[in-house]
Design a protein around this ligand. Structure first.
Ligand code: 7TS
Length: 427
């Protein structure tokens, strides 16, 4: 970790004044072993952070340490090794709760990813609480993970899906919200930040209006929680789903936050070991939260790695991470917007470091393939948002997405390779 505290003295009193830690963003890249890799003879420029992020050494070490020194199943009681594993796994829940300002561990269910967290709500809350004719309100910019589970539920229970439209500038059309919410709207599930457009949605206002209409609100935090401070109690969302692997943690890690009173009344999602309190041949009762929703042996190493990732993010500070990512985004935008043949999707301001773009007459897959020759990894495709692609009247976009370990030099290499791509295809 490459953080240094700069201490100055007050000019009048001479007392030490501790400033915000000054972060050496460049030095911090050394914490990520993969970033020193060469790709096709060039420095690796990893700009697909919306898909998954790279892992710092401390996360890799936390997993290694678990397997090397205290690997055991959790909640299996009497021996020390299991106690150590249980403590570390539960501690990771506690860290996750603190990270998003949830009241406690009972609000945090570990899942494999964001998709599983949303499915948990659709299956458990949706199946038990929604009735024929009820409406679910989504938005037009949802990832398939926040669309398909609701389609399945709607089919099974005869529900109606409504969609908050997007405006041409890539923001949600909030003016339509009062017309779409009615007494029949029982659940609203929207993304906090778009994985295609980069838009940050006005979720506080959506939650306020949805609650007034009597609906519960799930936020898809896959593209928000890793990038800026999120306080679930302040937002007053009822559920928040997010991925650990998009915030430095291992793949196979994700989480669902839920308000306790809702989680208490929801039936289990998966059933089996560890989620029960008492079992007879005919009936069972359920374990306390959050374990009621974590059936079977969980992803223990991944959960412990998730805890280590959160410790790392906290040491840098989410405010600092957000500020740095804003800087990177502005730096990239400034250069991209100078080219008339480059079209950028999504809003100009109030956005994250996810930049979807197209270049006249060049297929997005060709852009990504060409950039790869220069070691620049971006994604091209529909980004699991096919309905949104249809609205944008494209089949795919190219997309660069940043995280705090990216540098101005990464963006320079991206822009330079993109310029070569433009020139090559225009020949
Ligand atoms: N919701 C949003 C907004 C996402 O961006 C993603 C993943 C998911 C849900 C699903 O997360 P998972 O952890 O279950 O995979 N988005 C992307 C992407 O944009 N490119 O690859 C994965």
């Amino acid at each position: 970790m490459s953080l240094s505290n700069r201490t100055e003295t007050d000019k009048v009193t001479g007392a030490a004044v501790c400033n915000e830690p000054e972060i050496d963003w460049k030095a911090l890249r050394a914490d990520f072993p993969i970033l020193s890799r060469k790709m096709n003879g060039h420095p690796l420029t990893y700009l697909d952070n919306a898909a998954t992020t790279q892992k710092p050494q401390v996360v890799i070490d936390a997993i290694k340490e678990y397997f090397e020194t205290y690997n055991a199943n959790i909640h299996r009681g009497a021996y020390k090794l299991s106690e150590q594993a249980t403590y570390a796994y539960e501690e990771a829940h506690r860290k996750t709760a603190q990270f998003i300002h949830a009241p406690g561990i009972e609000n945090i269910i570990f899942t494999r990813n964001c998709t599983e967290a949303i499915n948990l709500v659709a299956y458990s809350y949706g199946r038990s609480q929604l009735k024929t004719g009820d409406h679910i309100l989504l938005s037009q910019m949802e990832h398939h993970s926040n669309l398909v589970p609701w389609q399945l539920l709607a089919e099974e229970k005869n529900l109606i899906l409504d969609f908050l439209p997007i405006l041409p500038d890539g923001n949600l059309d909030l003016a339509q919200l009062p017309h779409l919410l009615s007494g029949r709207t029982k659940l609203v599930s929207v993304t906090h930040a778009s994985n295609v457009l980069g838009s940050i949605n006005p979720v506080r206002e959506i939650i306020r209006q949805a609650h007034n209409a009597g609906a519960v609100v799930l936020l898809d935090g896959a593209q928000s929680v890793p990038h800026f401070p999120v306080d679930v109690q302040d937002l007053d969302c009822d559920f928040m789903a997010f991925s650990g692997h998009k915030m430095l943690a291992p793949t196979g890690s994700g989480a669902l936050y839920g308000k306790q009173e809702l989680l208490e009344k929801m039936p289990p999602f998966l059933a089996g070991g560890d989620m029960i309190s008492d079992v007879t041949f005919q009936r069972s009762t359920w374990h306390n939260l959050p374990w009621k929703f974590e059936a079977g042996t969980p992803a223990i190493a991944e959960g412990i790695g998730f805890g280590a990732a959160i410790d790392y993010l906290n040491r840098i500070g989410m405010e600092n991470i957000w500020r740095h990512e804003q800087h990177l985004t502005e730096y990239a935008m400034k250069q991209l917007t100078e080219w008339p043949d480059v079209k950028i999707y999504g809003p100009k301001g109030n956005r994250t470091g996810v930049i979807s773009f197209a270049i006249d007459d060049i297929h997005p897959h060709d852009i990504a393939t060409f950039l790869d020759q220069y070691g620049v990894a971006i994604r091209a495709g529909h980004h699991c948002a096919q309905p949104l692609m249809k609205l944008l009247k494209v089949v795919a976009t190219a997309r660069a997405s940043f995280y705090f370990y990216n540098s101005n030099e990464d963006i320079d290499r991206f822009i330079d390779a993109l310029d070569k791509t433009r020139k090559f295809f225009k020949k």
